[in-house]
Design a protein around this ligand. Structure first.
Ligand SMILES: *Cc1c(COP(=O)(O)O)cnc(C)c1O
Length: 384
């Protein structure tokens, strides 16, 4: 049923299964979907409007524009900022591919920056070296649910006159110095894919305090239309449906509770796993309120198993896992074909981490019994 993320641990004979992600639904989602179907208004309507207002309020911004995916929200964000052919945008080399492909959609050029080995987020110290006359924006990604060092990033952006687009697709509710991520840069972007901390099925949203940006984004998502059958500019059909927003509203209400449970689960895993030689548990920055979209450990050489041996053990024991990400973005064939080589990109930390990271189940559906089971399996380190 959950093919995308119920990985190969779902083999016959395994009765104990802890998935790496699991969307949780309550009565309200079912009621809302029924209300949408009864209304007959399935496309962008009242539920989308309500969802945008509630989400903007939650993040602490004036405007939110909902779309049909996180990727379309990223594309819309760049278009609304006027990103165009020839522009260079600096982003992390260590993220989901959409953080960079959105730039290609606007014919702009991604410039990859290496990461901090502690947080796995873009290293602010390395950004300035990547700035050229063509640079127009920085796109930091709050990876695994932990905010980037936004003080340093905003300072560089201000100094060089660059836009900041926060890819907060993994960081719904995460904070930096008590401000929600997505409210710090010019635009924040979120995804509601079912593995994320809240879902609408497929869906996305962008957040901003700038009315002109919000207006441009609304037009771009709806065929570049300013009034009915009057199209000012190139746009797409990136609209969110009322059904998606109807699911999103109660999901948003439950987000904080889910994030609290994720943090508790992460605290227990760290308490136990940090005792094991060769395992590096997630670093939590003091100014960031990590919401643990992923609980990602690092397997070092002095651990008793290689990463792939540990993965075999997890599979055998019915424990879901993820590798986020097995390839840095610049190593994706798409980018290799565009001429991005290791030498040009120069992101050795990102390359190294792609070979060492391993995400374990941390979502709110993971119970204390599950956690103890996971810890026990890793502690006893039995190979299959
Ligand atoms: C999930 C994700 C996206 C894309 O979101 P979709 O809704 O799948 O299009 C973009 N960036 C990051 C960092 C993500 O995790």
């Amino acid at each position: 049923m959950f093919n995308g993320w119920l990985n190969s641990s779902f083999i016959q004979g395994v009765i104990y299964i802890i998935t790496i992600a699991k969307p949780l639904f309550g009565e309200k989602e079912f009621e809302n979907i029924k209300a949408v179907l009864n209304s007959g208004m399935l496309t962008q309507g009242k539920f989308v409007e309500d969802f945008e207002r509630e989400f903007a309020h939650y993040i602490g911004v004036k405007f939110a524009v909902a779309t049909n995916s996180g990727t379309s929200a990223l594309h819309t964000a760049l278009a609304a900022l006027g990103i165009k052919s020839g522009d260079e945008i600096i982003t992390t080399d260590f993220s989901f591919v959409a953080s960079a492909t959105c730039m290609l959609m606007q014919r702009a050029k991604p410039i990859f920056c290496d990461i901090d080995p502690k947080t796995y987020n873009i290293s602010p110290e390395l950004i300035e070296d990547k700035i050229s006359d063509q640079t127009t924006a920085i796109l930091p990604v709050h990876l695994y649910g932990q905010s980037c060092d936004m003080t340093k990033i905003m300072k560089i952006a201000k100094e060089y006159g660059l836009f900041v687009i926060e890819d907060a697709c993994q960081a719904h509710g995460a904070e930096y110095n008590e401000k929600k991520v997505g409210s710090i840069g010019d635009i924040g972007v979120f995804s509601f894919y079912p593995t994320k901390n809240m879902t609408t099925g497929e869906g996305g949203i962008l957040t901003t305090n700038n009315e002109i940006i919000a207006e441009k984004a609304r037009m771009f998502r709806n065929q570049g239309q300013s009034k009915i059958y009057f199209h000012d500019s190139l746009g797409y059909n990136y609209r969110m449906t009322n059904i998606a927003a109807a699911i999103g509203l109660p999901q948003l209400e439950r987000l904080d509770a889910g994030n609290t449970k994720r943090r508790e689960n992460a605290r227990y895993l760290t308490k136990e796993l940090q005792k094991i030689k060769g395992i590096v548990t997630p670093y939590v920055a003091p100014d960031a309120n990590h919401i643990f979209h992923q609980y990602t450990i690092r397997i070092e050489k002095d651990f008793s198993l290689s990463r792939s041996q540990l993965i075999d053990t997890l599979k055998e024991k019915g424990i879901g896992f993820g590798i986020h990400y097995p390839r840095p973005i610049h190593k994706q064939p798409l980018f290799e074909h565009l001429g991005y080589t290791n030498e040009i990109v120069n992101c050795p930390v990102s390359l190294e981490m792609s070979e060492k990271v391993l995400s374990l189940p941390v979502h709110p559906g993971v119970t204390q019994t599950d956690l103890e089971y996971i810890v026990n399996v890793i502690k006893t380190r039995r190979t299959s």
